[in-house]
Design a protein around this ligand. Structure first.
Ligand code: 1HE
Length: 261
């Protein structure tokens, strides 16, 4: 599948083409997300080839992503603004709630809509050059790509409010400390680490990956009693898959890896 914008590339790797690498390729504009690029992200994640079990998203050049393309912001009226924001919601929903887990490989600027994109991924791997900000607050606008829902899930409402009120920028170390990334690696190694994690995730049973992506975040938002019920249903569905039975049998017969430190 060829992406619908020259600013996005999609390559398949792995023995069975099971890893999709989606790359923002607009380095001269710091991978700023134009409407065309957001729609290409939507299309790419909606139409991943059936061989794909996990995806990695990264950015070319010195930065992961500078957020919304501010040059396109100018002439929108209120209703166009709502539709524009809803377009981002649809696109980033395709990233977060698609068929496969997505890992963001971060470096340099992860700001504004770039942080909203990263927040839609299940795992964020940052290198030491990464920094995070929500400059919307100082640009006289508001987040519009799902950031008000997804960023507080990672760092809490208080920290996001502070980022937007004061223009606070978190460096890579503090970003990992507060939960913006789950991994921190030396400069230049975030893509390598993301691909290594992807190779591992691709070996999981697809139903387990699906449950983690789709059930876990929903359970987190349910009242405890509903959460326990959803968990019981999900556990039962996952366990009944033939692949789960094979994997458990393999362990009991000493043929599967033990948990090691
Ligand atoms: C851009 C954008 C952009 C760079 N839209 N053109 N996001 C922001 O407010 C962040 C704005 N960008 C920056 O703060 C900086 O560019 C960076 C820290 C990301 C990188 O700095 P640097 O020194 O490497 O690059 P630069 O010289 O600032 O930019 C290089 C070019 O990219 C330059 O264009 P040129 O034609 O003069 O070469 C910049 O204008 C262009 N560029 N960022 C358009 N964002 C769904 S709602 C989401 C709301 C938001 O995301 S608001 C936050 C937007």
């Amino acid at each position: 599948m060829t992406p619908s914008s020259p600013d996005l590339s999609l390559t398949l790797t792995g023995d069975r083409q099971e890893i999709a690498h989606v790359r923002l390729r607009r380095p001269a504009k710091r991978n700023a997300l134009s409407d065309g690029l957001i729609l290409a992200i939507r299309d790419a994640f909606q139409n991943l080839p059936s061989s794909v079990r996990v995806a990695v998203i990264s950015g070319e050049g010195e930065h992961f992503c500078a957020g919304l393309d501010l040059s396109e912001l100018s002439e929108r009226d209120a209703s166009e603004g709502v539709f524009h924001s809803r377009m981002w919601h649809t696109a980033l929903d395709c990233v977060e709630k698609g068929r496969v887990p997505v890992i963001a490989a971060l470096h340099g600027a992860v700001v504004g809509g770039g942080l909203e994109l990263a927040s839609a991924c299940q795992i964020r791997v940052a290198d030491e050059s990464a920094f995070y900000a929500l400059p919307e607050g100082t640009r006289g606008i508001f987040v519009g790509g799902g950031g008000s829902v997804r960023v507080p899930r990672l760092i809490g409402v208080a920290r996001m409010t502070d980022m937007m009120l004061t223009g606070r920028v978190y460096n890579a170390t503090d970003g990992e400390r507060i939960g913006l990334s789950q991994y921190l690696v030396p400069q230049g190694q975030s893509l390598e680490k993301a691909l290594e994690l992807a190779a591992r995730i691709a070996t999981n049973a697809p139903m387990t990956n699906f449950a983690l992506m789709h059930a876990l975040p929903r359970i987190a938002e349910q009242p405890a009693d509903h959460g326990f019920f959803t968990e019981a249903l999900m556990a039962s569905i996952a366990q009944s898959a033939p692949e789960a039975k094979e994997r458990v049998r393999a362990f009991l017969e000493g043929k599967a890896a033990k948990v090691t430190k």
